[in-house]
Design a protein around this ligand. Structure first.
Ligand SMILES: Cc1cc2nc3c(=O)[nH]c(=O)nc-3n(C[C@H](O)[C@H](O)[C@H](O)COP(=O)(O)O)c2cc1C
Length: 391
């Protein structure tokens, strides 16, 4: 009898050790290297140094769909393209989130440039805007931006240091409303023409948004192709996180330390646990918690919906997010209701009817508040892998 127990215990221990080794608990987390404040110093080229900051920005589905090309004849110029190999086209069929994510990234680069002594002179969409349903060919041909670095005085911005903090907090926020002072500071970040920022902290509109957030998540979680797109992007252990360095992981749900390694070990040995039903449950639980626990919602609304405006909405989102950090606040986009696939059309139309004027588009919807806990950083690719043709 003792022998049988001994064998069972040994087998269990062996399986436990095997699963932790298989998930890679001992590995260096290179997917977090770019969050190191000195990471950019590995590079001498100021363009690479600046891009190394840009890639820390929030971006849709953590696809990091940024591609940079250096001018062969001028070491102060570079071009930005939308990377067509990393697109989440089921949720973002018209590349709206992908384009907003070019703007979030640019704002980080602009801040880094100022700190390092460069102004970033930007020409947006120098080959013309890509169309709403652009082919991959069109996306490859039309640059998002041409950027020239111009030497200037080094400037200190209180937002610089905030870039090294995680962007998206998916934990509960305290419910106390924002103070008028905080509101004013956040609103003052908007100096973009034809874009307005709206804060909704209570009342009928608040309840409506809360309902849209939950209803849209219910719709999304019932669409198999979209859930499969997300599951495909989930990196279930350290090996996968180090290998791909984009997409989602447990860090995004603020799960860290031993608990994270335990869950990763289980998923490594029993990959079937990462199935549709589990993904739907996790998504709905997080969304309901997010809808209930916040100090209000923000909308970034633009007149029209051009690529320029999408890009600028991204810039503004980054500014608001970094400024929120300086005020002890955090944010999380809740984008489902403003996504543009057919099943979401009703919700999309209704939220626009309720929240916008004729001809306006909601480009970002996010919650804000004081987070109850800190969250870890999420995966980032190495800057070297985002620059075409070497750096
Ligand atoms: C345009 C856009 C849409 C986003 N939509 C959502 C969303 O619906 N839900 C969510 O939790 N995060 C959303 N995010 C946040 C990204 O998922 C997040 O930035 C990315 O996973 C990287 O994580 P990090 O921001 O913590 O570094 C969005 C970000 C952007 C820029």
């Amino acid at each position: 009898m003792t022998n049988v127990i001994l064998i069972i215990v040994s087998a269990f221990l062996l399986l436990a050790v095997f699963s932790f080794v298989a998930e890679g608990f001992y590995m260096h987390k290179s997917y977090l290297d770019p969050w190191n404040k000195d990471y950019y110093k590995k590079y001498n080229d100021p363009r690479t140094q600046i891009i190394a900051h840009g890639i820390l920005a929030a971006n849709g589905h953590n696809m990091q769909n940024w591609k940079f090309k250096y001018a062969p004849d001028n070491d102060k110029n570079f071009d930005v393209y939308l990377e067509t190999n990393r697109l989440a086209t089921e949720v973002d069929p018209y590349y709206t989130q992908a384009t907003i994510s070019q703007g979030t990234m640019f704002e980080y680069m602009a801040l880094a440039g100022n700190k390092l002594g460069y102004d970033l002179k930007i020409t947006l969409f120098p080959d013309g805007e890509y169309s709403r349903d652009a082919s991959k060919e069109e996306l490859k041909q039309k640059r998002v931006a041409h950027i020239e670095l111009e030497k200037t005085e080094k400037q200190q911005s209180p937002l610089y240091i905030e870039m090294f903090k995680p962007d998206t907090y998916r934990v509960a926020y305290k419910k106390s409303r924002l103070s008028p002072g905080d509101m004013e500071i956040l609103q003052s970040q908007n100096n973009f023409k034809n874009i307005r920022v709206v804060y909704i902290g209570k009342g009928e509109k608040y309840d409506k948004i809360k309902n849209y957030v939950i209803k849209s998540a219910e719709i999304e979680s019932g669409i198999e192709r979209i859930m499969r797109e997300s599951i495909k992007l989930f990196r279930k252990n350290e090996r996968e996180k180090n290998r791909y360095r984009y997409g989602f992981s447990f860090e995004g749900s603020a799960i860290t330390g031993f608990k994270m390694h335990l869950m990763q070990a289980l998923l490594t040995v029993f990959p079937g646990m990462s199935n549709l039903a589990a993904a739907r449950d996790a998504f709905m639980t997080q969304t309901k918690m997010a809808a209930e626990n916040n100090a209000g919602f923000f909308l970034i609304i633009s007149k029209g919906n051009s690529r320029h405006q999408q890009f600028n909405a991204g810039r503004l989102y980054s500014r608001i997010q970094l400024t929120a950090h300086t005020l002890g606040l955090a944010i999380q986009p809740l984008s489902q209701a403003i996504e543009e696939y057919p099943e979401m059309k009703n919700i999309y139309d209704n939220i626009h009817k309720d929240m916008t004027e004729e001809g306006e588009t909601i480009l970002m919807l996010f919650r804000i508040g004081e987070p109850v806990s800190e969250v870890p950083g999420s995966m980032r690719m190495d800057v070297e892998n985002l620059i075409e043709g070497g750096f």
